[in-house]
Design a protein around this ligand. Structure first.
Ligand code: NAX
Ligand code: ADP
Ligand code: K
Length: 514
């Protein structure tokens, strides 16, 4: 699993080493890692180090110190180096080392932000070392002016030192302006704010440089499944499998107005390895569903047994909503997992069972919170994704999967997972229905086994009260990977995402086979 930590957790892990007088050593390791990352990045672009130019924007704290020491190393390796001191002063030893290596120094003042921005924009590399984990709020005054002007000029390779300045390292909230990085080099531990939107959108690719504090780190604030983790947990039908043991998913979706949503979510559930899909809905929709997925079973009356439910995509009309309400009530009393999306989110009881997974986008989450008297807009949710996903999980008692470029999953126990495997082409109608189908299929597969203490989630160290959130995160990841496979850099359709799902399973299966 990829782990991320709050700034406070990282600082606490550093403290014993600082107390032992190791602060300078930590800074040297960080600076060395940063300089190496810049060198690797330039070389990967086929660029020569010698004669290339780099400017470090250095604040007055240790983050600026890291940046100045790194720039001193780059100067010694032949780069033309400039430092812009954004707060007048700088870490004294780092500044001395930078000057000794031949670096040029400018001091940002009230009048020269525009002029410096133009100068810096011509450089090959810009290192953002203005603020790190010691930041309170965002950039202000001339530093804000400089960064805003520079961002408009689209500078060369921007590398953030530990975190892009202005991104809250704990939460991913962003205080604009921020210099969007292509690469962020994190020290000691990845900051949680680099794995949650909107912060993740400012960080580019994130690499981790160990500095010797790792043994002191506590349980992570946020986790992410990587390919080997996914390969380890994906349902794998044993030799004695039959369709009922593989999981049967009941789907309550679609209406005369939105037939496609039902057809797409059933197609996706089927593609994600469900033993069987039972579709509950009007005949006019069922015809469409079966035309696309003839393997599904239409249940016009009382449905046969299922292991999990998916409710909501394209749901509309009084009668259909009542049916969904009834199914939710029976799922609750039977202890069945349910994936609740779109139209069905309005039907939730005040408290949900912890094996229910709600899959709102930001607008739906704002509406959901509104029913609990938390007045927020879609924009509020988008600017504080982790905070509001956790709040909704706390209020409802269910797992909350908040969709977006980065999808955040909060469990009612407070655990947070985040996945970011997709691409912007996936913001297309029906894409969320595919996600519902995938998560539904996984819920059915894991419902009766796989989540116990002998299963693969336990083997990854995921606690019992975090496992339904983990299932949702796995679903978000498969959805993103299928979207990337379907897109290959170009437009896609929701059906295309669904069709690519078996390939993701195959790819991960080969991974597992080694
Ligand atoms: N503690 C350590 O020994 C280590 C720290 N490291 C680096 O140090 C960073 C943390 O250093 P610091 O604690 O010095 O904190 P920062 O370098 O993040 O900045 C703190 C300084 O900026 C000022 N400041 C805070 N918010 C501001 C704002 N919005 N606008 C303008 N000024 C603001 C503070 O008053 C303080 O002087 C980490 O991100 C990492 O890069 C690494 O070198 C590893 C070792
Ligand atoms: N910019 C993006 N990058 C990656 N994935 C995205 C992006 N925008 C949306 N998505 C994904 O696409 C899906 C959209 O779902 P949703 O908003 O419910 O759309 P719909 O209701 O049309 O199906 C979600 O899974 C979301 O995570
Ligand atoms: K920084």
């Amino acid at each position: 699993m990829i782990s991320a930590f709050t700034g406070t957790q990282i600082r606490a892990a550093e403290q014993p080493l600082l107390d032992a007088g190791e602060g300078a050593v930590l800074m040297q390791r960080a600076a060395y890692g940063l300089a190496n990352a810049v060198v690797r990045e330039l070389r990967s672009e086929g660029r020569r180090l010698y004669g290339s130019s780099v400017t470090v924007l250095a604040g007055k704290g240790n983050n600026g110190g890291d940046g100045l020491f790194a720039a001193a190393t780059l100067a010694r390796r032949g780069m033309r180096t400039t430092a812009v001191l954004t707060a007048g002063s700088a870490h004294p030893d780092a500044l001395a080392a930078f000057r000794a290596a031949g670096g040029r120094v400018h001091v940002l003042d009230e009048d020269n932000a525009e002029e410096l921005a133009v100068l810096i924009a011509g450089d090959d590399v810009v290192i953002d070392a203005i603020l790190g984990t010691g930041a309170r709020g965002g950039l202000r005054g001339s530093a804000a002016e400089l960064v805003a002007a520079l961002e408009e000029l689209r500078p060369g390779l921007v590398v953030a030192c530990d975190t892009p300045s202005g991104v809250d390292a704990d939460t991913g909230e962003v205080h604009w302006p921020v210099l969007t990085a292509r690469l962020t080099v994190a020290f000691g531990g990845i900051k949680a704010g680099l794995m949650a939107d909107p912060g993740e959108g400012c960080a580019g690719r994130v690499i981790l440089v160990p500095i010797g504090i790792e043994e002191n780190l506590p349980a992570p604030a946020l986790r992410r499944f990587s390919a080997p983790d996914l390969a380890a947990v994906l349902p794998d039908p044993g030799r004695r499998a039959q369709k009922y043991t593989r999981g049967v998913l009941g789907v309550v979706a679609g209406s005369g107005r939105y037939t496609g949503a039902a057809a797409i979510c059933v197609q996706a559930a089927s593609a994600a390895g469900t033993g069987m899909v039972r579709y509950l809905g009007p005949e006019v929709v069922a015809r469409q569903v079966l035309a696309r997925t003839p393997e599904a079973i239409w249940e016009p009356a009382e449905p046969g047994r299922v292991q999990a439910w998916l409710l909501g995509p394209g749901l509309d009309g009084v009668e259909r909503l009542q049916r969904a309400r009834d199914v939710l009530a029976s799922a609750s009393s039977a202890g069945q997992p349910a994936v609740v999306d779109a139209g069905a989110l309005e039907l939730l009881p005040e408290r949900c069972p912890p094996n229910w997974i709600l899959t709102p986008h930001a607008g739906e989450l704002a509406a959901l919170l509104g029913r609990g008297e938390v007045r927020v807009t879609r924009e509020d949710v988008e600017s504080r994704t982790v905070h509001f996903a956790r709040l909704a999980a706390e209020h409802t008692g269910a797992v909350v999967l908040l969709k977006g470029a980065t999808t955040v999953v909060a469990s009612p126990s407070g655990t947070v997972f985040s996945q970011s495997d997709g691409n912007p082409w996936m913001s297309t109608a029906g894409s969320g229905d595919v996600l519902g189908g995938i998560v539904g299929a996984l819920a059915a597969a894991y419902a009766e086994s796989g989540l116990d203490d002998h299963g693969p989630f336990a083997a990854l160290g995921i606690a019992p009260d975090e496992r339904w959130a983990a299932v949702a995160a796995v679903g978000a990841s498969i959805h993103g990977m299928a979207g990337s496979a379907a897109s290959r850099g170009g437009p896609l359709t929701a059906s295309g995402i669904a069709r690519a799902v078996p390939d993701v399973f195959r790819f991960l299966g080969e991974y597992r086979a080694g």
